[in-house]
Structures are given as structure tokens and as C-alpha cells.
Write a protein that binds this ligand. Structure first.
Ligand code: CA
Ligand code: CA
Ligand code: CA
Ligand code: CA
Length: 456
């Protein structure tokens, strides 16, 4: 006999009611998980988990309480050094934390989809010595979910799931990240090792199927015009030569630190970039710190810049919308500009843009740091598959991204920008709401030490 998902939910709810009644007898209560957000990474720094400070991470385990029992879920402890930089595990700049145990600035990381119910008080898994309960709540609804971090006397239990894996190959000059969720669905994103721009994006399925690559490359391009009659192309994706410094590949995320240099303009004035990319099972979150050789507002007359994904023909048929343009089936990547596309709002500031089709959906977000907060970002879509727009691998452009305005007004040489891509199987308009909330209305947490019942 097969149960429908709604019948399973009903059965589970009934089981929880029974469990609640049972535990209510000895003064304990169980609350059922109500949180519906699943794609948020949750990061809790060590200082918030005081009862477990000083613990050896090998003896820590994160457990979820579902169907009346504890089970381990994927988590990682990212060690951070005194200078707050991560102590990366691999690569030329790999290092270790001055304190190898859990200390105040280290980070506990897990995914919201692994939250469970609240466990009855006094209940400890076998072998656990010290425990804390983390209550995670959604500020938009008040809905809640729970996980438990325990220190074990000996070996801590581990989940068999590893959501994200990195392969960094000097020989092939490629970096590749493969992700997989608990249902076996995942994403593959890859890039040349000496470049920061991704040039490969595929969806992967439980049966081993991998979709064709849909991405030509990420392009960041514009034109600098100085006050003294100089005008030159600024093709940042091609200019920057990127070099891996270090990385950490854990079960929840990959942290990837790199740096690059580039020359600006005819006088080859050198500039630098440092980036940190966090790869989760459903998202790639990048932070680029840029140091320009010039203070833009002192020398530039105009500096229009566009940051966008240039797709290849495998994306044809995908629909596009944004914070500034509501979903419209006539706004579609098909190589030609429709009347609806001519009427798109390309003036209103927006920080999210979406493409979705049979393969799934991509939510792109772009933010400039406070130093460069004068920059505005607008909807950008451009289709021209007959003319080349090199340097590129696939001739022509199916471009979706951001038009960045007012860069010439920036008063600081140094600034940073954050680029986020969320990649989701089975996407329909409206599904962006909990994704946009990941950054805009972040999940909140509360930590409470719990005690084992005297009988344990
Ligand atoms: Ca530390
Ligand atoms: Ca530490
Ligand atoms: Ca079109
Ligand atoms: Ca192209």
C-alpha cells in the first residue's frame, strides 16, 4: 500500500500528537517542526554555543529529532584563526587554527532542511555527554525547527550524506563542484582554475543523468571613460588571472579562497582582487574584494558595467523575471526580442533576477559593499545569437544579469561585491520568495543547554 505525501504528513502529525500526550505525562513536551524554509545555510559561531567551547570537533555531532529518535545530519565546524580568516584544510595557503578545539570564532554550519522536531527534555542519544538545543525560527512566519549539538564520550556519529564536493585539478586547469541533496538531485558548476568566471553549469539526477552544459561564461564587462579623452574596454572576466590560495571541502559547504591581479587601461595600471566563494548544495555565494588603482570619481566620466550570465543555446525557452519585472511568458530566451521584452523595466533598482525552464531555476543576486553603495543595479537581458561577443566559447549572447549604474561616482578605490547564485530543480514563479529571504530575512537561532535525564 502506497501513502500519498499528504497521508504521510497526516500520519506523522498524528504520531507527534501521540508522542506529545505520552511525554506530557512526565512533564516534557514535544513541539513539531513547523519551519518550511529548506535552502538556508545556518551559521552559528562558537561564542553562541558556550557549553561546548573547548570540545574536540571529532567528538561533536549534530543530530535531528524526527519520528521520536535522534539521527545525525550533515554539519561542519569551520575553524577560524585569531585574525578571523578561515583555517583552510587544503591548498598552498592551508593552515590550522591556533586552537584546534571549538573556540569562540569557529563556525558551526548546517542546512535548514535538516531541522527536526524538539526533543523531549532529558532525552540524550547514547554516549552523549553534553548537549545544546538550537531553535531556529523564520522571522517572516514565526515557524520553528530544531537541531541538537552533542559532545560524545568517544566517536561521534556521522551522517552518510556529503552535500558538496570539490575537485581542484592543476593538470586539467579546472575547478569543479558537484552537489547532491538527500534525494540524489544536484548541480555541477565548473570554471578554469586560473579564472574566476564559471563556464559550466549542469543539473544532475539520481539516475546518473547529467543535463548538457547551459553556460557559456559569467561576463563582467563595461567601458571606462576618463575625463581626459581616454576610453577603453573593461573586460573583467578576461582580465583577471585568478590563483587558488586554499580551500576546505566539508559535508555542508566548500570554502574556496583565491586572489587575482589585473591591469587596467592602456597604461596597464595594476589592480588586485581577492575572493571567497562558499559553495552549498544549492547555491554559490561569492564575495569579491576589489582594489582599483584609481578612485573612480576623481578620474572617470563614465563607467557603465554589466555583470551577467551568458548562456548557450541549451538554455533556449527559459523565462526571465526579476524584482523589477513580474513573470511574463513572453519574456523568454529565444534569440529574438519580443514586444514584452522591449517594454521591460530596465531603470528600477533590483537585486534579484531569475531564469527558469524545464531544467530548473536560477536566482541571481548582486550587492555592492557600503563603500560602493552609490552603485545601482538594474535588470539586464540581451539576446543576439548571430554576432560574436568575445572572448567567449559559444558565439553570441543569451545574457541575463545586472546593469550597474553610477560606478563613476564611487569615492573609494577599495570595495567589494557579493554575487549569489541559487540553483534549484523544479522551479516555478513564486518559489523565489524563500530564496530571497535567505539573505533579506535571515533565519534566527536560540541556543539552550540541555541536561540528560537522571535515569540515562
Ligand atoms: Ca578559532
Ligand atoms: Ca578552533
Ligand atoms: Ca526573447
Ligand atoms: Ca556566448
Amino acid at each position: 500500500m502506497a501513502f500519498t505525501p499528504s497521508a504521510i504528513r497526516l500520519l506523522r502529525a498524528l504520531m507527534i500528537v501521540v508522542a506529545t500526550l505520552f511525554f506530557a505525562e512526565n512533564g516534557s513536551a514535544v513541539e513539531v517542526k513547523t519551519i518550511s524554509r529548506t535552502e538556508d545555510p545556518v551559521v552559528v559561531t562558537g561564542k553562541n554555543i558556550a557549553p561546548l567551547l573547548g570540545a574536540d570537533p571529532a567528538r561533536l555531532s549534530l543530530l535531528t529529532f524526527l519520528d521520536g529518535k535522534f539521527s545525525p545530519v550533515p554539519f561542519q565546524i569551520d575553524q577560524r584563526k585569531k585574525n578571523s580568516e578561515y583555517a583552510f584544510m587544503s591548498g598552498p595557503n592551508a593552515s590550522s587554527d591556533e586552537d584546534p578545539n571549538l573556540d569562540a570564532n569557529d563556525e558551526l554550519v548546517f542546512m535548514a532542511n535538516d531541522l527536526g522536531d524538539s526533543a523531549p527534555s532529558g532525552q540524550f542519544p547514547a554516549g552523549a555527554e553534553v548537549g545544546v538545543e538550537l531553535t531556529i525560527s523564520d522571522p517572516t512566519t514565526g515557524n520553528k525547527g530544531w537541531v541538537y549539538l552533542f559532545r560524545f564520550a568517544e566517536k561521534a556519529p556521522r551522517s552518510k550524506h556529503d552535500y558538496v564536493r570539490a575537485e581542484i585539478s592543476k593538470a586539467e586547469n579546472r575547478k569543479r563542484v558537484d552537489t547532491i541533496d538527500t534525494t540524489g538531485k544536484g548541480v555541477r558548476m565548473a570554471a578554469p582554475l586560473d579564472r574566476f568566471y564559471p563556464d559550466e553549469l549542469r543539473m544532475t539526477y539520481p539516475d546518473g543523468r547529467v543535463t548538457p552544459d547551459v553556460l557559456d561564461r559569467l561576463k563582467i564587462r563595461g567601458e571606462m571613460e576618463s575625463r581626459v579623452l581616454l576610453r577603453f574596454d573593461f573586460v573583467l572576466d578576461e582580465l583577471i588571472k585568478d590563483k587558488v590560495l586554499a580551500w576546505t571541502d566539508g559535508p555542508v559547504r566548500v570554502l574556496y579562497r583565491s586572489e587575482g591581479y589585473f591591469d587596467v587601461g592602456p597604461f596597464k595600471i595594476s589592480a588586485r582582487e581577492q575572493s571567497l566563494v562558499k559553495y552549498y548544495r544549492n547555491a554559490f555565494v561569492s564575495s569579491f574584494e576589489l582594489e582599483l588603482p584609481i578612485q573612480p570619481n576623481s578620474v572617470l566620466k563614465s563607467f557603465p558595467l554589466k555583470g551577467y550570465l551568458d548562456f548557450n543555446e541549451n538554455i533556449l525557452g527559459s523565462q526571465i523575471y526579476s524584482g523589477s519585472n513580474r513573470p511574463d511568458p513572453n519574456v523568454v530566451l529565444d534569440g529574438k526580442q519580443s514586444e514584452a521584452e522591449k517594454a521591460l523595466d530596465t531603470k528600477t533598482h533590483t537585486d534579484w533576477i531569475i531564469g527558469h525552464g524545464p531544467m530548473g531555476g536560477i536566482v541571481c543576486r548582486l550587492f555592492f559593499s557600503d563603500e560602493w553603495s552609490s552603485v545601482k543595479t538594474r535588470f539586464y537581458m540581451h539576446e543576439n545569437i548571430s554576432e560574436s561577443a568575445g572572448p567567449e566559447s559559444d558565439r553570441g549572447e543569451l545574457a541575463v544579469g545586472f546593469d550597474c549604474i553610477d560606478l563613476e561616482k564611487v569615492t573609494s578605490k577599495k570595495g567589494s561585491l557579493e554575487v549569489e547564485f541559487y540553483l534549484l530543480h523544479d522551479f516555478k514563479p513564486g518559489d523565489e520568495k524563500p530564496i530571497v529571504a535567505i539573505r533579506d530575512q535571515p533565519l534566527q537561532f536560540r541556543v539552550k543547554q540541555i541536561q540528560a535525564a537522571a535515569s540515562n
